[in-house]
Structure formats: structure tokens, C-alpha cells
Design a protein around this ligand. Structure first.
Ligand code: PEP
Length: 252
């Protein structure tokens, strides 16, 4: 049985004071019940402070990116073991902003996925198409290429401890959301693609939706059979907005 994962990607936002207020608001409002997990992914400099604040709570900690290297002369990079050291359980890899703005290729994303897992982190692999790709009818082809790069580097079995996030690029930070049916179609495709390698494993993999998810559209999206949570940008920066999505998950 898959549980929901409601993950907040704070991106490059926040500061000591704002983070403390956001985290205490989230901790205070975690809905009752089980069947869901909450996760926050702050910027690197705040991970340790947020980890300390989350201690003893039901909210997990993750990072937004990671190096594929384990140590050495990689100025400005952060190794997977360092994220473990400061209390991270998860790390996002292959977010479309990393791919588009920082030139990360699918092969590099695959290396990051592998390195993260080797250090004991659960990678959240982001895949998704641009508007042009969707309009050209290339959504599944793009997703397959992004997914296959990781599958060929780590094998399907690695997804036993990995998460996938379907994030249509055209819906990220734009206020445009995939309809529940549009998202479900792609989620189902992703699960079927994994099932070609291992049907049992595919049935258990969490597939999150990301792209302008909010309290208002979360119930419809999360009710879909293959949508197992959300990767949330804008609406993760305000405790009440994030918790509205968490409540939607708790109520399904
Ligand atoms: C994201 O960047 O992962 C994201 C889904 O952002 P937003 O919720 O703001 O669209």
C-alpha cells in the first residue's frame, strides 16, 4: 500500500527567521492520522537548523540537489554523505530548473540518483515535459528518455527506495496545473514503464505530482489512482498553504 508524500521544495527562498516560523507552523498543524508523510527541502545553508527544529516531529528533511561525487575538489558542491550528516533523508534530483538553468543532463541526473542512494538518501527523481514538447505530442517520449537514463544506470530495483515526481515544466510556478486526468495519464504511463522491468516494484513506487499544486486542486489530483503525493514549490512557503495540501492527503 503506497502512502502519500507531501514534499515542499523551498527553492532559493527563506532565511533564519522565516524558516523558523514556517517550520513551527507546519509542525503545529500536521494533520492527525497516517497514510501520509510530510517533507521539507530547504536551501543547503539552513538544513542543519531546520533538522534541529524538526527533531521529534513527524516532518522529514530533504535537500534540493546533490553532487554525484563523494568528496574532493568540487568547489561549491555538496556530497550525499554531507546531506546524511545533517539529517537529510531525501534529496531532489533532476528538477527541471537544474536541468534547464544549470545544464544537468539526464546522465548526470542518473549519477546523482545513484550517489544519493549509495549514501542512504532517498532520491526524488523529477521528470517532465515542456509546453512545446507536450504540444508536439512528445510527452511520453521525453519522460521515457529521462526515466530510462536512470533505469539504465541503476536498474529498476533501485526504485524500491526511490521516488519519482512528474513535474510538467509548463505547470511549475506558472499557476497552470495539469488536470487530474492529464496528470493521471502520465503517472500511469510512468508506472507501466517501470512495470516492464518489475511489476511488483512498479506497483509500490511513489509517484508525486508537481506543478502549481495548492489546497484547492490537491484533492482532485491526489484522488487519482497513480498520484501518490505532491512536490510543491510556491505553496510550500506558507504553513497554511502547505498544510491545506497535507490535509487533502490525510482525508483521502
Ligand atoms: C516545483 O518547482 O517543484 C514546483 C512544483 O513548483 P510550484 O509548486 O511552484 O509550481
Amino acid at each position: 500500500m503506497r502512502e502519500f508524500l507531501i514534499a515542499g521544495n523551498w527553492k532559493m527562498n527563506g532565511g533564519n527567521e522565516a524558516n523558523a516560523e514556517l517550520v513551527s507552523g507546519i509542525i503545529a498543524g500536521v494533520p492527525d492520522g497516517d497514510g501520509f508523510r510530510l517533507l521539507v527541502c530547504p536551501p543547503f545553508p539552513y538544513l542543519a537548523a531546520v533538522a534541529a527544529q524538526l527533531a521529534g516531529s513527524k516532518v522529514a528533511l530533504g535537500a534540493q540537489s546533490v553532487s554525484e561525487h563523494s568528496a574532493g575538489a568540487f568547489t561549491g558542491e555538496t556530497a550525499p554523505s554531507m546531506l546524511r550528516d545533517v539529517g537529510c533523508e531525501y534529496v531532489i534530483v533532476g528538477h527541471s530548473e537544474r536541468r534547464a538553468l544549470f545544464g544537468e543532463s539526464s546522465e548526470q541526473v542518473a549519477e546523482k540518483f545513484k550517489a544519493a542512494q549509495a549514501a542512504g538518501l532517498t532520491p526524488i527523481l523529477c521528470v517532465g515535459e515542456t509546453l512545446e514538447e507536450r504540444e508536439a505530442g512528445a510527452t511520453e517520449k521525453v519522460i521515457d528518455e529521462q526515466l530510462d537514463a536512470v533505469l539504465s544506470a541503476v536498474g529498476a530495483a533501485a526504485f524500491a527506495t526511490g521516488v519519482i515526481a512528474y513535474e510538467p515544466v509548463w505547470a511549475i510556478g506558472t499557476g497552470m496545473t495539469a488536470s487530474p486526468e492529464q496528470a493521471q495519464d502520465v503517472h500511469c504511463h510512468i508506472r507501466e514503464r517501470l512495470a516492464q522491468h518489475d511489476a511488483e516494484l512498479a506497483a509500490d513506487v511513489q509517484i508525486l505530482y508537481g506543478g502549481s499544486m495548492k489546497g484547492e486542486n490537491a484533492p482532485g489530483l491526489l484522488s487519482m489512482p497513480d498520484i501518490d503525493g505532491g512536490l510543491i514549490g510556491g505553496a510550500s512557503l506558507k504553513a497554511s498553504d502547505f498544510l491545506a495540501i497535507a490535509r487533502a492527503a490525510a482525508e483521502i
